[in-house]
Each structure stands twice: as structure tokens, then as C-alpha cells.
Write a protein that binds this ligand. Structure first.
Ligand code: SF4
Length: 352
């Protein structure tokens, strides 16, 4: 196999063999693949906003937004479009290239669709890439979202098919695969990954990666989450995952899905700088940036930028900006050159 080959026929055995490589060999291999597809010193930056929080009818055992568990989470109705657009503008000014909007729904209701479609149009008009996660989608709903200009749809498989029933009982693994299929048919890009440290076995982590890599097309974004144990959820006392196991998963994801953005997502706050650096070395090249990752806290944006500076990492530039080109140029210039990096921070503080 070459470092550039995209495969969709991975076996569990092959994936296990990668996972069991000596750590340095695994990281070297992941770096080699990473460098064949990406600038190793660029990391894509996304911002995530919860547009409807809590009271979800699903029973995902890790999730504080599930209505099945009492986590003390403050419920919110669908956010007003103006608020969403203001948050998107602020995210753009802080250097985000993609704005992700998440709603705690089983699937979007007909009455909510016009608002959601308007959000997409307005956020997109700011020159940001748009991503949404709204639960399961019918084919027609996926088409409506795509027609409004939605670039990405996030729908995670969460874990292996074998372990799935231990985590969610209100929708099936096949339901999730069907939604992913509808998203692809509508022509949108897919953001799909999972959560590590939910009490699954190593084979479940590997099984999830095999499932993702063997989809007809690799997800363009693969979020790899470390469980954030929230009091009141059934997983609040589950045993911690060894950090090296997590880094190995990142590396194996990079090797199996060489051209995808592998995203460090939830759980990053529990990781020290050294662990995050190892994750970048293993091939992670996307992060969520901002104060909150849906309902779990996320490292402060400025500390992310400080880590980027220490590691010589640049935020990946967004592909286009439809409006306010001068402002865009100023941000790009600030993040692009080492000599001017401090301007980025000044600009961030001024706009905060
Ligand atoms: S993960 Fe999503 S679908 Fe599951 S309970 Fe949380 S908000 Fe609902």
C-alpha cells in the first residue's frame, strides 16, 4: 500500500495489525501518510454552536442533552436566526473557516426546517463553510439542506456496530447509515466519527474505523471524541481510556482515511498540550475552537492559538469569502506569517 492510496476494503485484521504496531512505527507511518495529503503544519479550525439545546428524545448514554437523564442542563429552544448569525460572524473574526450548528433532535421537524434553511443561507453569506447536525434525515430533508447551501452534515456512528446497542437504543446503526447515505445522495460532504472511552473494547474502536473507512466514500471530516464524563449520564463513572490508546486511534484513522480531516473534538480540554501535540503528529488536522463544544467546555480559543504558535501550526484558510474581503485579508495575513502572528491575538481580543 502507498501513502496516497484510498482504500474501502479494510479488514478488521489489517486495522488491528496497524493498531498493534510499536508506537513510534505507527506514528511514523501516520506522519508519512499525512504529509502525502496535507500540509503537516496546518490545522483546520471549526466553531460549533448549539442552536437547540437539551430535551432530546434519544437515549445516547454519553449525552447530557438526552431527555432521559437528569444532568441539570439548561434547555433552550431553537436559537433566533439573528443570534446564530452574530455568533457566526464572531467565529469568522476569530479565524474559524467552518461554522457548525447542532440541534438536539431525533430529526428536524417540518415546522423547524424553514428556520434552519434560513440559518444556512445567512451563515453561508458570511463566507463560512456551513455544517449542521440535526439528527436523522430523510432523503427529501437532506436535499432541502443541500439546496440551501449546506456544505457538511455531521452524523456520527459513535462506535462499532457490535457495541452500539450498549450506548443507544432509540435508533439503530442502520438508521445512522441510512442518514449518511441520504446526505451523500444530496451531494453534501460527510462529517462522521465516534467517541472513545465509553467502556468499549479495543476491537470496537478498530471496528468503528473499519466501518468508516469502508463507506463508499470516506467522510471528509472524521471527528474523534474522547468521552467527556458528565454527571447524571449513565457513563459518568466509566473507566478512563489510556491516552496512548486515543493517540493510536488518531494515527490509525489517518492511515485508513488518508485524505480526510481527522478532528480532535470533545474531550480536548482534558488533554494537556503534549498529548494534543502527539495527536497532531499522529495526523489530527482539525479542531473545534471556541469556548464551548455543544454543552461540554472546550479549551479557550486563545490557549489553542498559543499551542499553535508553540508548534508552528497555522489555521487552515477557508477557501472563499463572499463578503468583507478586507477583513478576510487581515485575518489571513495575521495567521499566515510567523512574524505577524501576534496581530492575530490582538485582533481577537479587540473583536471579542
Ligand atoms: S447525541 Fe444527539 S441524538 Fe443523542 S441524545 Fe445527544 S443530542 Fe440527542
Amino acid at each position: 500500500m502507498t501513502a496516497t492510496e484510498l482504500r474501502h476494503d479494510w479488514t478488521l485484521q489489517e486495522a488491528r495489525a496497524l493498531f498493534e504496531l510499536p508506537f513510534n512505527d505507527l506514528l511514523f507511518r501516520a506522519q508519512t501518510v499525512h504529509r502525502a495529503h496535507f500540509d503537516p503544519n496546518e490545522v483546520q479550525v471549526s466553531t460549533l454552536l448549539s442552536i437547540k439545546t437539551g430535551a432530546c428524545p434519544e437515549d445516547c448514554k454519553y449525552c447530557p442533552q438526552s431527555g432521559h437523564y437528569n444532568t441539570g442542563l439548561e434547555k433552550e429552544k431553537l436559537l433566533e436566526i439573528e443570534k446564530v448569525v452574530a455568533e457566526a460572524r464572531a467565529a469568522r473574526e476569530k479565524g474559524a473557516s467552518r461554522f457548525c450548528m447542532g440541534a438536539a433532535w431525533r430529526s428536524p421537524a417540518r415546522k423547524d426546517m424553514p428556520y434552519v434553511l434560513d440559518m444556512i443561507r445567512q451563515v453561508k453569506s458570511l463566507g463560512l463553510e456551513t455544517c449542521m447536525t440535526l439528527g436523522m434525515l430523510e432523503e427529501s430533508q437532506a436535499r432541502e439542506l443541500a439546496d440551501a447551501g449546506l456544505d457538511y452534515y455531521n452524523h456520527n456512528l459513535d462506535t462499532s456496530e457490535k457495541f452500539y446497542n450498549h450506548i443507544i437504543t432509540t435508533r439503530t446503526y442502520q438508521d445512522r447509515l441510512d442518514t449518511l447515505d441520504n446526505v451523500r445522495k444530496a451531494g453534501m460532504k460527510v462529517c462522521c466519527g465516534g467517541i472513545m472511552g465509553m467502556g468499549e473494547e479495543e476491537d470496537d474502536r478498530v471496528g468503528l474505523l473499519v466501518q468508516l473507512a469502508n463507506l463508499p466514500q470516506h467522510p471528509e471530516s472524521v471527528p474523534v471524541n474522547m468521552l467527556v464524563k458528565v454527571k447524571g449520564t449513565p457513563l459518568e463513572n466509566v473507566e478512563d481510556l489510556d491516552p496512548f490508546e486515543f493517540i493510536r486511534i488518531i494515527a490509525v484513522a489517518r492511515i485508513m482515511m488518508p485524505a480526510s480531516h481527522v478532528r480532535l473534538s470533545a474531550g480536548r480540554e482534558q488533554m494537556n498540550e503534549q498529548m494534543q501535540a502527539l495527536c497532531f503528529m499522529a495526523g489530527a488536522n482539525s479542531i473545534f475552537y471556541g469556548e464551548k463544544l455543544l454543552t461540554t467546555s472546550n479549551p479557550e480559543a486563545d490557549s489553542d492559538m498559543q499551542l499553535f504558535r508553540k508548534l508552528g501550526i497555522r489555521p487552515e484558510q477557508r477557501e472563499q469569502c463572499a463578503t468583507e474581503e478586507q477583513e478576510e485579508d487581515a485575518i489571513v495575513e495575521a495567521v499566515e506569517h510567523e512574524a505577524t502572528r501576534h496581530l492575530f491575538y490582538d485582533a481577537t481580543r479587540e473583536s471579542a
